[in-house]
Design a protein around this ligand. Structure first.
Ligand SMILES: *Cc1c(COP(=O)(O)O)cnc(C)c1O
Length: 381
């Protein structure tokens, strides 16, 4: 049972079903209006303070620094970890590209490593990619499934590398009962409109390391000088990566329902698993015994045994007014990545056969059943 059925449920058989949409739990408008009424519409204000404090408490880390986007938070994190030109950073080959771009913003080289059956960085492939130039590892918790952080952290510790967690798709995911975002030297989250909690656009950098927090806080806000008199004597080259109090007002309202949001995502996934169970030729998303997958999206792989290939299924669902998304194109296949081709088979295979289905808070069981029925019909043709 999906616990909170809402008026937003799209259960009419003819309705267009989007692949994602934001869900507003209730207080967003109230807090946003308060921020407007109080006149704090830019990058200072009580909602920003509250948002950062609440988020650090939810994850269980000392510092949380809001940012204008998840991508900005990634850039700040790598900059604070002092990634520079000539450095190499290990990234999963199968990922959303923001963490890879952030490595490139720093002038460093992303080194893609294949993923494993969890669709996240394969710890067994990391060591062969380490060179004297390697500075760190970015672990991405893709589609809601956490990377194997205990093992990755141990490799990093042994080899003297940093670990940055990209938890943009995995608010509340866990490894052996411990929340993601607490394993690495730092972690980032995104609050884009399709993420599990949203501020419209926005991101955050969390860490227990004061040095990382302080460096990132300065860079985020232009590296202004340390006093009023010295304000325009900048201490370094800074960025403007600030979140606004208006975004944070929406975020504070969203965080009141953090647990409920994560729970709904998991319930949607459970419902899909039940409804799709009798259809042959489909592979369900990973769920390792040590992991709490929060199912940011519900991704499936289309096997040969299914009645048609991924692209046909995508097209047929679209004509049934059901929107889906293909999986990521691997890093090593991106046109701007010039690299000698090692075989990266799993990421390549996921990219060819993967499709994710609509998943948004407020989605009714009827909609999931309708999607499953459409898939069953298309496969049987
Ligand atoms: C969404 C996302 C980001 C980027 O977040 P933005 O807020 O859109 O900049 C980074 N990493 C991953 C894995 C994401 O899914």
């Amino acid at each position: 049972m999906i616990t909170s059925m809402t008026p937003q449920s799209t259960d009419k058989p003819s309705d267009h079903v989007p692949v994602a949409k934001p869900y507003l739990w209730g207080r967003e408008k109230e807090y946003l209006c308060a921020a407007l009424d109080e006149g704090w519409i830019s990058s200072h204000g009580r909602f920003l303070d509250e948002f950062e404090k609440r988020f650090s408490e939810i994850v269980g880390v000392r510092y949380a620094l809001s940012a204008s986007s998840g991508t900005a938070a990634l850039h700040l994190a790598l900059d604070a970890l002092q990634v520079r030109e000539g450095d190499e950073v290990i990234v999963p080959d199968f990922t959303m590209m923001a963490p890879v771009f952030a490595v490139i913003y720093c002038g460093a080289k992303p080194v893609p490593v294949d993923v494993d059956a969890t669709w996240t960085l394969d710890p067994e492939r990391i060591e062969e990619a380490i060179t004297p130039r390697t500075r760190g590892i970015i672990a991405v918790h893709t589609y809601g499934h956490p990377a194997r952080m205990d093992v990755i952290s141990e490799i990093a510790r042994r080899r003297g590398l940093f670990v940055l967690e990209d938890a943009a798709e995995s608010h509340g995911a866990e490894v052996f009962g411990r929340q993601v975002g607490t394993f690495g030297d730092a972690a980032v989250y995104s609050f884009y409109a399709n993420k599990i909690v949203t501020t419209g656009e926005g991101g955050i950098l969390v860490t227990n390391r004061q040095d990382i927090h302080n460096r990132a806080a300065a860079k985020k806000n232009m590296c202004f000088g340390p006093s009023a008199e010295a304000r325009f004597d900048h201490t370094d080259v800074g960025f403007n990566y600030r979140m606004t109090n208006l975004q944070a007002a929406v975020g504070v309202a969203q965080l009141e329902y953090f647990d409920a949001a994560v729970k709904q995502k998991i319930e949607i996934a459970d419902c899909y698993r039940r409804e799709l169970a009798d259809i042959g030729g489909l592979q369900m998303p990973p769920s390792a015994p040590w992991a709490r997958n929060v199912y940011w999206v519900f991704g499936i792989l289309i096997d040969k045994a299914f009645g048609c290939d991924r692209d046909t299924l995508e097209r047929e669902l679209a004509s049934a007014a059901i929107e889906t998304r293909r999986f990521f194109v691997p890093v090593h296949q991106q046109r701007w990545m010039s690299m000698e081709h090692r075989a990266i088979p799993i990421a390549s295979d996921l990219s060819r056969r993967g499709l994710y289905l609509p998943s948004f808070i407020g989605m009714g069981e009827g909609t999931i059943r309708r999607i499953a029925d459409a898939i069953r019909r298309i496969g049987a043709r």
